[in-house]
Design a protein around this ligand. Structure first.
Ligand code: UDP
Ligand code: MG
Length: 311
């Protein structure tokens, strides 16, 4: 019979994990009772270097029910690496990753298992509405998916990291050694038979989002090139500003020539292209730099996470 393991990355989630754990245990009981998964099934909380009581709560939960397991990372490495740690270290025939804040509807899990029984090796949880997110988040997420698609990145709109993966696909995932981790871009590259389960995304149950705007932007950038060295980003931005500014110069020069007597002959045709080309050059230096810095990070082969303890 299938052994299920639920992988839950947690970063400063003391307000939610007790409730998350009890709901997931209830779900496990139900699935075990119905004979859908084996009684070896468990829940694995990955503590991503939390600074609050998250780990001690995980220890307490483990003491009261041995089906609750824990993996403690030595420091905060971010959601994607915490997830990877769970997917790499945890045992089980089938792993389902979900957020600690109960935004992913756990009632979709039995439906994912059904797709697995029908032969799918990867089942993507896809939200069919984003009613609970703010307009801003909805809008930025949608534009981002469109940008990725336009850039040729294969990605499933509406799918975050709520997914079921079989042991076979997890073994395949281990061969992807990249440090710049963007799992939702990697998983479609694995291939295998996939399926989709739709669900409605709820509001965060308690606590605050651990993805403030800055983190979200950084993550988005990672998805496209990877994390780039900051000065290289600056040259990109300054370049873009200069290029735009020079267009403004151009417009002003045309205005000055037509409507005022301030125009100096030859000024616009010299100065405008100078700024414009300078801007474009800096812009693309920044883009090239972005890719070089990605290569730089990859060549170091640093560990993507370090496990401090497991329960
Ligand atoms: N998370 C993590 N490490 C981090 C940030 C977040 O493990 O550095 C976890 C977090 O505990 C949660 C999941 O990633 O389980 C998604 O984070 P969150 O709910 O804050 O993001 P949002 O739903 O607002 O995008
Ligand atoms: Mg959330």
């Amino acid at each position: 019979m299938t052994t299920l393991n639920l992988i839950v990355p947690c970063y400063n989630e003391e307000e939610v994990i007790t409730e998350t754990c009890s709901r997931l245990l209830a779900l496990l009981d139900r699935l075990i009772g119905a004979g859908e998964v084996s009684d070896e099934s468990r829940i694995t909380f990955v503590d991503d270097g939390s600074r609050d009581r998250t780990w001690s709560i995980i220890e307490t939960m483990h003491a009261s029910d041995a089906r609750c397991r824990g993996i403690k990372l030595s420091r905060n490495r971010g959601h994607q690496n915490a997830l990877l740690a769970g997917l790499t270290v945890a045992e089980g025939d089938v792993l389902v990753s979900l957020d600690a804040d109960l935004q992913d509807d756990i009632e979709a899990i039995p439906r994912m298992l059904e797709e697995y029984r029908k032969g799918a090796e990867i089942v993507f949880g896809v939200r069919h509405k984003r009613a609970c997110d703010t307009f801003f988040k909805r809008f930025t997420a949608q534009s981002y998916y469109k940008t990725l698609k336009a850039l040729g990145v294969e990605i499933l709109p509406g799918h975050a990291d709520f997914r079921l993966m079989s042991r076979k696909t997890l073994d395949a995932l281990k061969d992807f050694q990249e440090v710049n981790l963007f799992l939702r871009g990697i998983i479609p590259l694995l291939g295998f038979r996939t399926a989709i389960v739709e669900y409605e995304r709820a509001a965060r149950f308690a606590g605050e989002s651990k993805y403030p705007l800055a983190k979200m932007l950084a993550f988005a950038f990672d998805g496209i090139t990877s994390f780039s060295a900051v000065p290289l980003q600056w040259s990109t931005r300054i370049g873009a500003l200069l290029a735009l500014g020079s267009l403004g110069f151009g417009a002003w020069a045309v205005y000055a020539r037509l409507f005022t007597d301030l125009a100096v002959p030859g000024w616009a045709s010299t100065v405008v292209p100078m700024y414009f080309l300078g801007g474009i050059q800096l812009l693309f230096l920044g883009v090239i730099g972005g890719y070089i810095s990605k290569t730089y990070a990859e060549t170091k082969h640093r560990p993507r996470f370090i496990v401090e303890r497991t329960l």
